[in-house]
Design a protein around this ligand. Structure first.
Ligand SMILES: Nc1ncnc2c1ncn2[C@@H]1O[C@H](COP(=O)(O)OP(=O)(O)OP(=O)(O)O)[C@@H](O)[C@H]1O
Ligand SMILES: [Mg+2]
Length: 249
C-alpha cells in the first residue's frame, strides 16, 4: 500500500478558446496515489475533475506541473461511454483492441480475456459479436468498463463510471473494482458525484473547486471532520436515506 504509483505536482491547465477567453481548469493540483488505493475526486460540475484525469493519461497537455507514473499501464473509463466505443467495431473487437495493440497473449487467449471481462460486467457472450448500437447506454458503459479493465492496468482513471448504471449493476461494477484492487493491486482515480458511493469505496478523497484541490485526506477523516468550508457544505448536502434515522441519532 505504501508505494506510490502516481505523483502529481502543481498540475495546472489553462484552456484558451478562440474568442480569447481563458479558463483555468486546474490550478496547482498536487496529490499522490499509492498502489492498491482508490482515490476519489469530488467537486461541483466544471471544477476540473475530468481535466485532471485527461491530463494524467495524456489526452490533455498540462500548462505546467509534473505527473510521474511509476506503473506500466494506465487506462481510462470515460464519462461518456457512447463516444468511447467505436460504432463500427463489435463490442468484442473493442474490448480486445487494447490487448491486440499491446500484443498480450495469443489471439485465443485475448478472446477469452475479453469474454471474461464482459461477463464480469454482466454482459452475456453474445455481446461479443454485436455492435454498440444494439445496446442501451448503460450496457455500452459496461462494455467500455470491460475494455478498460481487460488490459489489467496498474492505474484506472474512472470518470463517473457508474453514474449511468442501475443501482444493482453499480454495485457489481464497484465490487469488480474492489476485487481487482485486492487481486492485482490495481489503483483507481475515481471521479464521482455520488458522495455516499465515494465514502463507501475510497481510501482517500480529494475535493476540487474551481480548479483547486481544496482538501484531500483519508476518506473517513474528511467526511467526519471536513476542514474546508466548501467540503463542509458538500458533506452537509448529502441526503440521508431514511429521515427517521437522522431524527433518532
Ligand atoms: N477542451 C476544453 N476547452 C475549453 N474549456 C474546457 C475544455 N475542457 C474543459 N474546459 C473547461 O474547464 C473547466 C473544467 O472542466 P472539467 O470537464 O474538467 O470539469 P468536471 O469537474 O469534470 O465537470 P463535470 O462534473 O461536469 O464533469 C470547465 O470550466 C470547462 O468548461
Ligand atoms: Mg467531468
Amino acid at each position: 500500500m505504501s508505494d506510490v504509483i502516481l505523483k502529481v505536482e502543481n498540475l495546472s491547465k489553462t484552456f484558451h478558446s478562440t474568442n480569447g477567453q481563458t479558463t483555468q481548469a486546474l490550478d496547482k493540483v498536487s496529490f499522490k496515489i499509492r498502489r492498491g488505493e482508490i482515490f476519489s475526486l469530488v467537486g461541483e460540475s466544471g471544477s476540473g475533475k475530468s481535466t485532471a484525469g485527461r491530463c494524467l493519461i495524456g489526452l490533455e497537455r498540462p500548462s505546467s506541473g509534473s505527473i510521474v507514473f511509476f506503473g506500466k499501464r494506465m487506462q481510462i473509463i470515460f464519462q461518456d461511454a457512447v463516444s468511447a466505443l467505436s460504432p463500427r467495431l463489435t463490442i468484442g473487437q473493442s474490448v480486445m483492441e487494447p490487448l491486440d495493440i499491446n500484443h498480450i497473449g495469443s489471439r485465443s487467449s485475448r478472446k477469452e480475456k475479453a469474454l471474461e471481462f464482459l461477463r464480469l460486467v454482466g454482459l452475456d457472450e453474445s455481446s461479443f459479436y454485436r455492435l454498440p448500437s444494439d445496446y442501451s447506454g448503460g450496457q455500452q458503459q459496461r462494455a467500455s468498463i470491460a475494455r478498460a479493465l481487460a488490459l489489467e492496468p496498474d492505474l484506472i482513471i474512472a470518470d463517473e463510471p457508474v453514474a449511468s448504471l442501475d443501482v444493482s449493476i453499480q454495485a457489481q461494477v464497484i465490487s469488480l473494482f474492489q476485487n481487482l484492487r485486492q487481486k492485482n493491486g490495481t489503483s483507481f482515480l475515481l471521479i464521482a458525484h455520488d458522495l455516499s458511493l465515494v465514502r463507501r469505496v475510497s481510501d482517500t478523497v480529494g475535493v476540487m473547486k474551481d480548479g483547486v484541490l481544496v482538501e484531500s485526506g483519508a476518506t473517513e477523516q474528511v467526511y467526519q471532520n471536513p476542514q474546508h468550508p466548501y467540503t463542509q457544505a458538500l458533506i452537509q448536502a448529502i441526503p440521508v436515506p431514511d429521515p427517521a434515522f437522522r431524527q433518532h441519532k
